[in-house]
Ligand binder design. Sequence first.
Ligand code: SF4
Length: 887
Amino acid sequence: MVTPEKKFPLVLTAHPRLARWLMLEYNEQQKNKKAWETPEILPLSAWLKNFWLETWPEKHILSNIQSESLWEKIVDADHQVKSLSVLHKKAVAIQAQKAYSLINEYKIPLLKKNFQETLETLSFFQWAESFEKQLGHWGAIDSSQLMDYVCESIEKGKTKLPTKIYFKGFDKKYPQLQSLLDAIQRKGTQTELPDLFLPESEGSISHISVQKYDDKNQEATTCARWIRKNYQPGKRFGVIVPDLKNYHSILQRELAAELCPSSIFPENKTELPFNISLGSPLSQITPINLILDLLSTPSCTIPAGTFYSIIKYPVFNLENEATIAIETEFRKQRKFNIDISDFRFSLDSEKAPRFFNLMVAWKSWVLDSNKFLPNKWAEKISFFLKEVNWPGKEEKLTDKENHIFESWKNCLDQLASLNSILGPIHRIEAIKNLSGIAEKCFFPEKNRDHLIQVVQLDEATGMKFDHSWVMGCHFEALPPSPDPNTFVPSEFRKRHQIPHSSAKWELENCEQQLKRISTSSKDIVLSYPLQDGDNSLEPSPLIKKYPQDNSLVLPSARIKDQISNSIALEKLDEEPYLLLTGDEKIRFDRGQMKGGSSLLKNQADCPFQAFSRFRLHATNQEIPDTDFDPMVRGNLVHRILEIFWRKVKTREQLVRLHKTGQLEKQLEILVKQAMEKFSRALTDQKEFLKLEESRNIKLVFEWLVQFEKERDNFTVLEPEKEETVNLNGLSLTLRMDRIDETEGKKHVLIDYKTGEANPSEWVKERILSPQLPLYATLISPTAVYFAQTKKGGMGLKGIKESIKNVGTSSIQFVGFNKPVHFSELLEGPTWNNLLDFWKRQINGLASEFLEGRISIDPAQKQNTCRNCDLNPVCRIWERDDGIGELD
Ligand code: SF4
């Protein structure tokens, strides 16, 4: 039965993208009219489904996710694949599902004798039998069988057919499609498949050029600029990419940056003017990836790192202060795992309601060990997400956020449809299924169509463009390697020339596609990259017949290039001084600030550092490491040695302890005592503390025996002594690590360093690390040392007075060589001159600070900046002298 003739014939397309494209092209052609008739253009799959539903069928169609889950269940139940990993089983099930579609498309009878070829084909036969048995039991059909059922309905005349149907985008007639065409024609409907017949190339004059680029980035950037250059309203652009997976993110980035430069601003919500096929899986889109992470938390004991990243996910919009406080506290406790069922942090439900709700909901979610049907899990997930404030109710959702939320709901619907297949399941299994669904849901699912399309090679069939760029035409991608489905016996693969089954098929298919592109566009660029990572690439043999052209060099439209091209930067000289206020003068004179000698160190390193820290009070909100960080380790060694020398006092006693074998025992007691404070805070980290304890005992033992014991006799006067000094209005409180007294009643100044120590910094035109020189000016010692207690690099490093003849003193360098310009810095190389030099330097630094010198002037350029966290304040990287370019 045929319906009366319409003005437009029905158009059925090979895939939904083509249907949307044809509709867009048609609407573009009509846009000067006031009203026009809407043609009927739809994907064949949608038409078949509508047709089937119109016949009031007894059997329902299994959704794709239902079919996939059924295949997974069947494959999983097979004892032969029991030993495979979950991922492998999933891949097997997907491959089996594809094989089932192929045997339906190519009408390969599901008979045992046809599948005897290998163990794989035989297993597939058994799975397919179980699959069909289950379909029969449910009164369902698979979507790959739908065409056959529709044929039957057409034969029985169950619904009306139009007089003419165009089939667009079909470049091959597989047996199932042929049967459909036959059935339609037998009912008197005319059918046409224009894409099956390639137009003769002689008639069309296309300009085709081959261009090579250094890499994919350059190729994609140039293509984006080329579109911009040739753009005119109504013109159609096709970017055709054989290996689109590899180019997807680069193209997304480059097209957005060049075609819609303002899209880089987060507040910009303009829709991008192009469509890219193969969207990203919803499971990889933020916040869905984060939500899936949270939902799949396996137990209440969560690795600390995972916990910190989850509470910092912006999607849950937790209270900042509470988040930082909790992380800092747990890190201080050196927690490796956080138990959310025993959350030892008092959370105020009024001050931090969102954090509080998250913890309550998260705990009850993870503790849910019941089995429920998938639809119940979908409900529970929605409820849980509402509890944790997603999507937030505070602000209106943007279009994209709305899209994501809609896609997410669609995934939950799909999960809910699996009741009869999965039955009651546990939470983790439900989330595994949901993640699988989100992986197959490509985002954005729906978007407005644009005249700039990025498609895969096969998708270009049926599409006409004014300008086409075929990208990535290198020998590895064009033609690609074959990918035969080994569940289909090789005899049938060969007989029917099933797609992707052989290298010959791939080659012919690519040749045909290129030929089709060359006749469906007037201006074509074929390009390839010379390099992909470390891989050198050659052009595909299929494009060698076309003329090679120079690579295009086109101007950029990016915001940053626009700015730098159009504006000559203005140079502003910063004020190098900012005088101290009256209040500041009083504060510094009275020493009412924290930090002591570090003020001079900062001033020496970079005046702006001292200004930021001591006048602007810039602090870094430091969150300690879970492991002991270097600073804590350094303090611990200081503390152990302080306690040790308070008790042991002299070198002779140290020697005695060592001789009698008491030293190690003493150290065990002292290290425990020094670590008491840490042990109290880390009661549940026993193993970790034990390790740290034994590490410290070994380290200090080695230091005492190999270095302190080998020195001349000394007495330790006052470890960690505090002194206050006023340098012409700058009052500093100092804490000296150690002062030793020699047998000749001379003083030796010692500062412990658990990292690398560099005493050559004391004898420079501008001294760095002025702490020890400052102490030296106060007590006039005869030696000044860094005691470097670093594992694998221990030693005393410093400067001492050397008296060869009575009355003549000189300077001796211990543990390092005489610095190059040393002699030029002192009037004569005597100890007193060195002390005078230090005094001048220290006073100079103090005066600089008090005079208000604040210049951004790192003493050792990049080396100083590398260890400084103030670069967001000083913006050193914006300078054009290269100092800010840290590696
Ligand atoms: S980053 Fe460099 S320039 Fe900036 S304050 Fe620190 S040391 Fe000075």
